[in-house]
Ligand binder design. Structure first.
Ligand code: DHB
Ligand code: MG
Length: 228
């Protein structure tokens, strides 16, 4: 019996098989979600939506926290948006921000086909421009940050401003193949991720942690924070 914590058998083949096993066993397939990924791909958009196990994780975090109002920054083909919209109650809402009009059109079609279109507002524009327009809305219960990494600190700041004590903040792509732990990186996206994590660690508005993920998208991670 190998040690359960042994990592000497960890190869890409192993973790890919494990991800496939977990996805088959716990997530399965649904037309609305699979079609969204297919249409996103057909439209030439990059396959950078969250992995199915993490889409379902977002969905469960939303349900576990009783989220009724969800803010997503970075829509892409709306794969994660569909997971989140399916987690909020009938009178709930997902507000998702997308900078590119032609991407927002694909997202809108995917949301409508998945049957959640009426729960979702797609706001067109850069996060930094759109987020200040939301100050008069009811606070958000959950914020998912998954856009240009260079702006993570701006988005994390807005998550606190547009949230309340108890709001859950999830930040995608916080490990980036391990580059997050490279203090000498000159990649502006990695630096953006690092600044975001440092903010979550230091800013008294948050209590945060992060988990590393190995899944269909490779080696990455998510940060999880609570607005206190
Ligand atoms: C990439 C992945 C993401 O999930 C994302 O939000 C942005 C970029 C990538 O792999 O390049
Ligand atoms: Mg992402």
């Amino acid at each position: 019996m190998p040690e359960t914590t042994s990592d000497d058998r960890l190869t890409p083949d192993l973790w890919r098989r494990v991800d496939a096993y977990l996805t088959e066993t716990l997530v399965g397939h649904e037309a609305g979600l699979d079609d969204a990924v297919a249409d996103q791909s057909a439209a030439g958009l990059p396959p950078i939506e969250v992995a199915p196990v993490n889409g379902k994780l977002l969905h469960l975090i939303a349900r576990m926290s009783g989220a009724r109002r969800v803010l997503e920054i970075g829509t892409l083909g709306a794969y994660s948006t569909i997971w989140l919209a399916r987690a909020v109650p009938a009178d709930g809402r997902v507000v998702t921000i997308e900078a590119e009009p032609h991407i927002a059109d694909i997202a809108r079609a995917n949301l409508d086909r998945a049957g959640v279109g009426e729960k979702v507002d797609i706001l067109l524009g850069r996060g930094a421009d759109v987020l200040p327009t939301l100050v008069d809305q009811e606070p958000f219960d959950l914020v998912f940050i998954d856009a240009d990494k260079e702006s993570n600190t701006i988005y994390i700041d807005w998550a606190a401003r547009l949230g309340r004590a108890g709001t859950v903040v999830v930040v995608d792509n916080t490990v980036r193949g391990g580059e997050v732990a490279n203090p000498a990186t000159e990649n502006p996206q990695i630096i953006g991720v690092q600044r975001g994590l440092e903010m979550l660690g230091r800013d008294p508005r948050f209590d945060a942690t992060a988990i590393q993920t190995l899944d269909a998208k490779g080696y990455d991670g998510i940060a999880l924070a609570l607005v206190v």
